[in-house]
Write a protein that binds this ligand. Structure first.
Ligand SMILES: Nc1ncnc2c1ncn2[C@@H]1O[C@H](COP(=O)(O)OP(=O)(O)OP(=O)(O)O)[C@@H](O)[C@H]1O
Length: 360
């Protein structure tokens, strides 16, 4: 079917159990062919397990995985890794130490008995900014960043259907990491490669991913564009990845098409809201510092106490405490402690069904 052809990766109702417990539960995602996507999540959230399951290194208990429209895992169907046409890049470049750089890059072609195209390997190394003379050298003679470029060349030489990258930049110094992420972005877009990249760095995920998935305790909390993850996070865990945020518990007077009317600090506020929010329920209002207005707040606006102020990016970042004790953050030109009037900016803030997580 044509719609299936544009699906580089599709995962449905995936469940993986390891050591007798569910490490991934009900994971669903769909990634378009030729796009770069990232997976974010804390240590132990299941990122590596998901990559290993896609690669065929782990057999799931339930669910379906398809790559470019071909089912590689479902019920009794289970294609072994070598038949999935996948390229892999790890945190450690994991090059064969006894082989030359050129032979490392050619290795997947030889292993799969494909035509050994030395000229293509040399062109790829050149594209990776590896000097021609280095092709004969051994991996240890190259810098960490260069070795990782060679590992990327090796992962894509056999034109895999998808490239899986597990923390490929984490072991590199800051400057090298930034340089390599720009390079990855350009190269993969140019070659139209479908890639899924695991990282714990939100900046890296938002830079590279057209879609970003957030795993939390084996659940995929959201699979979305970076913009929506920031503006319409499905949970507090997702919201925190986009930067400073505070969660306020408020009653919902009314929930209607994509907005909610809330009651907080003696005022009614109309705020963008998740569609599943119910009227007459309790909600979590997610507030970023830029959602509030202090300097131009009218005299009738509610008052809060500034408990802390520090200079941040050309203005003050204030921590305020509302009269009900709940804390929020706001920017201002003034950094004085004590009472300040405040209001929510029109159309700002984001309201979701009540979250149980602590407000940090
Ligand atoms: N072979 C195994 N047997 C039992 N439990 C396992 C096994 N491998 C992983 N786990 C558990 O599965 C969970 C997810 O692990 P996984 O390595 O996928 O997380 P991760 O998000 O990639 O973490 P990190 O960022 O630290 O690599 C962890 O709680 C881990 O302890």
């Amino acid at each position: 079917m044509p719609s299936e052809l544009s699906e580089g990766l599709q995962i449905q109702s995936l469940r993986v159990e390891l050591g007798g417990r569910a490490v991934l539960a009900d994971v669903n995602l769909c990634q378009e062919t030729g796009t770069y996507a990232c997976l974010l999540g804390e240590s132990g959230s299941g990122k590596s397990t998901l990559l290993a399951t896609i690669a065929g290194l782990i057999r799931p208990q339930q669910g379906k995985v398809s790559i470019h429209g071909q089912v590689v895992s479902k019920d009794k169907t289970f294609l072994p890794p070598e038949r999935r046409e996948i390229g892999m890049v790890f945190q450690d470049a994991a090059l064969w130490p006894h082989m030359s750089i050129l032979d490392n890059v050619l290795y997947p072609l030889r292993a799969r008995r494909l035509a050994v195209e030395k000229s293509r390997a040399m062109a790829l190394l050149e594209r990776m900014a590896i000097p021609t003379a280095a092709a004969r050298r051994r991996p240890h003679e190259l810098s960490g960043g260069q070795q990782q470029r060679v590992a990327i060349a090796r992962a894509i030489i056999a034109k895999p259907r998808i490239v899986l990258l597990d923390e490929p930049l984490s072991a590199l110094d800051h400057g090298v990491r930034e340089n390599l992420r720009e390079f990855l972005h350009g190269l993969f877009a140019e070659e139209g490669i479908t890639a899924l990249h695991v990282t714990h760095d939100p900046g890296e995920a938002f830079y590279l991913g057209r879609r970003v998935g957030v795993l939390n305790g084996g659940h995929l909390e959201q699979w979305d564009t970076p913009e929506r993850l920031y503006q319409q996070p499905a949970s507090l865990v997702v919201a925190r990845l986009g930067g400073s945020v505070r969660a306020i518990q408020v009653p919902v007077l009314e929930s209607r098409d994509k907005e909610a009317v809330l009651q907080w600090e003696g005022q009614r506020w109309t705020v963008p809201a998740a569609s599943e929010l119910q009227s007459a329920s309790q909600a979590t209002l997610l507030l970023r510092p830029s959602d509030l207005e202090l300097d131009e707040a009218p005299t009738a606006a509610p008052e809060a106490q500034v408990r802390h102020a520090h200079w941040h990016d050309g203005q003050y970042l204030l921590t305020l405490q509302a009269s009900d004790g709940q804390e929020f953050l706001a920017y201002s030109r003034q950094g004085d402690l004590g009472p300040r009037r405040w209001q929510l900016r029109r159309g700002q803030g984001w309201c979701i069904p009540l979250q149980s997580s602590a407000n940090h």
